[in-house]
Design a protein around this ligand. Structure first.
Ligand code: FAD
Length: 387
C-alpha cells in the first residue's frame, strides 16, 4: 500500500508547519499557564481552512479526508502546539455528524466545523464505567417529543470552549427494555448541564471537566441521526478518526521533542571541544526515539489512507496500532529529550518538560494502551476475551 503523500498533502504540511512555527511552544505554554486558550491560533487555522479539511466542500470544507486532518494535527504538535480539541471537534464530532447526522444536522453544524467557528466537545467517559462503555449510566428518556438526559461524565475536554457537547447516552428500547447507546448534541449552556473543572497535571490551554446532566431537556432533533438506530454506528464512526488524529498529535509532539533535544545536544559542550551529542550514551537514546516516532508515523498514514479509502475494518486495526505506537513513541521522545538536556530539561524555558504530562496522558486517553492491546490480542491474534 502506498502511503506517500501527494503534492497537495505535502503543501498542506508545509503551510501548517509555517503557521505552527509562527505561534510555537512558548505561545502554547504561556496560554496554558495564564489559564487562557489558543484562540488566535485556532481562529487563524480555521480561516486558512485547516480545521475543516475533512468537511465536504458542499458544507464549506476542504473536501479531503482524515489523512489531511492528521497532517494538521501532526504539524501543529511538531511546532509545539498539540491541540487536543482538533481530535475532539473536527475528528470525532464532525465525522459523526457528517456520517450519521440528518441532512438538517449536517447543514446546521458542518459549516461551523469547516471554518473552525464551531467547537464541539465529546463526552463518553463516566466515573463508574471507565473503559467499559457497556456500563454507561447516562440515560436519555423520552418526554413527549423531547429527550431528558441524566447522568455524569468525567475528563471531558474543552467544555469551556465548546458551544455544544456530543454526549453519549443510553436509550431504553421499548420492545425489550434493554438500554442502547445514542448520541445527542447538547448545548454547553443547556439548563441542567453543569460542570466542574478537574485539576490536571498537564501543561495545556485545554481543560478537562466533570459534567453533571440533571434532566437536561433537549428537542427531538438533538438526537444524532433519524432514530436511535443510528447510535451505535455513529459512536463507532468517531473511533478511527479519533485514534488516527490523536496518534498524529503524539508523533508531532515526539518530533518536536527530538528536534529540540538534538539542537541542544549538538551545541552543548561540557567535555572540552566535543558536543554532548558526540557521546553515544546521549545520541543513541535520541536516535532510538526518532526511529520509534518514524515507525509510528508510517502506521498513522497507513491507517489514515485505509480509512479514507473506506476500508474501515483494516483501518480499525491500523488506527489502534498507530495510536499505541505513537503514544509510546511520544512518551519516549519527550522523556529522552528531558534527559539529554540535563537540568535544563526540567526548566520551562527549554520547552520539553512542559510536555511530560500531555504525553503521559496520551498513553491513557482517549483509549488506554491496555485496551488497545486487548483489541489487538482479540481481533488480530484471535485470543479469547477475558473481560
Ligand atoms: C487528558 C485527558 C483528556 C480526556 N478527554 C476526554 C474527552 O474529551 N471525552 C471523554 O469522553 N473522555 C476523555 N478522557 C477520558 C479517557 O478517555 C479515559 O481516561 C480513558 O478511556 C480510560 O478510562 P478510565 O480513566 O476510566 O480508566 P479505567 O477504565 O478505570 O482504567 C484504569 C486502568 O486499568 C486498565 N484497564 C481497565 N480495564 C482493563 C482491561 N479489561 N484489561 C487491561 N487493562 C484494563 C486501563 O488501561 C487503565 O490503565 C480524557 C482523559 C484524559 C487523561
Amino acid at each position: 500500500m502506498n502511503v506517500d503523500l501527494t503534492d497537495e498533502q505535502e503543501q498542506l504540511r508545509d503551510a501548517v508547519r509555517a503557521l505552527g512555527r509562527r505561534y510555537g511552544h512558548d505561545y502554547f505554554v504561556t496560554k496554558a499557564k495564564s489559564g487562557e486558550h489558543t484562540t488566535e491560533l485556532w481562529a487563524e487555522a480555521g480561516r486558512l481552512g485547516y480545521l475543516g479539511v475533512n468537511v465536504p466542500t458542499e458544507y464549506g470544507g476542504g473536501g479531503c479526508g482524515i489523512t489531511e486532518l492528521a497532517i494538521v494535527c501532526e504539524e501543529l504538535a511538531a511546532a509545539g502546539c498539540p491541540l487536543l480539541l482538533l481530535v475532539v471537534s473536527p475528528a470525532i464530532a464532525a465525522t459523526v455528524i457528517h456520517r450519521h447526522g440528518t441532512e438538517a444536522q449536517r447543514k446546521r453544524f458542518l459549516p461551523g466545523f469547516a471554518d473552525g467557528s464551531l467547537k464541539v466537545a465529546f463526552a463518553i467517559t463516566e466515573p463508574e464505567a471507565g473503559s467499559n462503555f457497556h456500563r454507561l449510566g447516562t440515560v436519555a428518556r423520552r418526554d413527549g417529543d423531547d429527550w431528558l438526559l441524566s447522568g455524569r461524565k468525567c475528563f471531558i475536554s474543552g467544555v469551556d470552549e465548546a458551544r455544544y457537547v456530543l454526549v453519549v447516552a443510553r436509550t431504553e428500547e421499548a420492545a425489550t427494555g434493554r438500554l442502547r447507546p445514542a448520541l445527542f448534541v447538547v448545548p454547553a449552556d443547556a439548563p441542567g448541564l453543569t460542570r466542574s473543572k478537574l485539576d490536571m497535571e498537564i501543561v495545556s490551554p485545554e481543560n478537562q471537566f466533570l459534567l453533571y446532566l440533571d434532566d437536561v431537556r433537549l428537542p427531538a432533533d438533538a438526537l444524532v441521526g433519524e432514530s436511535v438506530d443510528a447510535g451505535l454506528p455513529a459512536l463507532f464512526a468517531g473511533l478511527n478518526p479519533e485514534r488516527i488524529t490523536v496518534a498524529a498529535m503524539g508523533a508531532g509532539t515526539g518530533r518536536y521533542a527530538i528536534e529540540r533535544a538534538s539542537t541542544y545536544t549538538a551545541s552543548r559542550k561540557v567535555w572540552g571541544g566535543r558536543s554532548i551529542g558526540s557521546h553515544q550514551g546521549v545520541a543513541h537514546p535520541l536516535a532510538h526515539a526518532a526511529v520509534q516516532v518514524e515507525l509510528a508515523r508510517l502506521m498513522i498514514y497507513r491507517a489514515a489512507t485505509l480509512y479514507d479509502a473506506g476500508r474501515d475494518l483494516e483501518a480499525g486495526v491500523a488506527a489502534n496500532m498507530a495510536k499505541y505506537a505513537a503514544g509510546e513513541a511520544a512518551a519516549l521522545a519527550v522523556d529522552t529529550a528531558v534527559q539529554v538536556h540535563g537540568g535544563a530539561g526540567m526548566t520551562t524555558e527549554y520547552g520539553v518538560a512542559t510536555l511530560l504530562g500531555a504525553v503521559r496522558a496520551g498513553r491513557i486517553a482517549p483509549v488506554s494502551r491496555e485496551m488497545i492491546l486487548n483489541f489487538v490480542a482479540q481481533h488480530v491474534l484471535h485470543q479469547e476475551k477475558s473481560y
